[in-house]
Design a protein around this ligand. Structure first.
Ligand SMILES: Nc1nc2c(ncn2[C@@H]2O[C@H](COP(=O)(O)OP(=O)(O)OP(=O)(O)O)[C@@H](O)[C@H]2O)c(=O)[nH]1
Ligand SMILES: [Mg+2]
Length: 205
């Protein structure tokens, strides 16, 4: 059942506009969440070594549905629509937020959240809301400080330490964190190892 995960075998399954239309809620999945344009789709492509798997764009708000990718029969990755995207009409935004919340709260197979934040703009208000929800819900959370290639090593570690300190101060000691770049692929192995751990032994009930 829990054979060795090969991320390069990921395949697109389906897009879903609502929780009710998601694939069967069995096995285990990990969702990639974060502000619009943080690099969620790019990170999924880096992880799966497939540039055209998840659609990426310079224009924020590219991913507008929950997109499901299967790794095998029991395990999936989910590319979530970005939050905090100001340019969509308010009614659309409220509807998305509602679907996102319904998914996060109602999806039984959701094992953990990868929360992506641009290393140059970490811990914005939506990120804090997501972290506090995840903490309360006891949801496994791993932070990627993305686009690390935009900073030199020194400043990147400074941000990493500062965010770690804030998480500790907020009592979020179970949250793990790393720097990441889809461009130079730094941090891909560390992400892989976290996901392997989370997705080991999917319960199939
Ligand atoms: N330099 C650099 N650019 C990146 C990196 N990751 C993503 N980008 C760029 O950032 C932009 C947004 O990337 P996406 O992966 O589409 O972001 P997203 O979080 O999926 O965005 P939404 O679907 O709108 O929520 C694109 O222009 C990417 O090429 C990275 O690690 N380094
Ligand atoms: Mg996207």
């Amino acid at each position: 059942m829990s054979s060795v995960l090969n991320f390069a075998r990921a395949r697109f399954v389906q897009s879903a506009p609502t929780l009710a239309l998601c694939p069967l809620d069995t096995g285990a999945e990990v969702a990639f969440a974060g502000r619009s344009n943080a690099g969620k789709s790019s990170a999924i492509n880096a992880l799966t070594r497939n540039r055209s798997l998840a659609r990426t764009s310079k224009t924020p708000g590219r991913t507008q549905l929950l997109n499901f990718f299967c790794l095998d029969d029991d395990r999936r990755l989910v590319d979530l629509p970005g939050y905090g995207f100001a340019k969509v009409p308010k009614t659309v935004k409220i509807a998305w937020d509602k679907q996102l919340a319904a998914y996060l709260q109602g999806r039984l197979s959701l094992r953990g959240l990868v929360l992506l934040m641009d290393i140059r703009h970490p811990l914005q208000s939506y990120d804090r809301q997501m972290l506090s929800w995840a903490g309360e819900a006891g949801m496994l959370t791993h932070i990627l400080l993305t686009k690390a290639d935009k900073l030199n090593r020194g400043p990147a570690s400074t941000v990493l330490l500062a965010v770690q300190r804030e998480l500790a101060a907020a009592g979020l000691n179970a949250v793990s964190i790393q720097t990441f770049s889809s461009v130079d692929r730094s941090g891909v192995e560390q992400l892989e190892s976290t996901l392997r751990h989370w997705l080991a032994d999917p319960v199939t009930d």
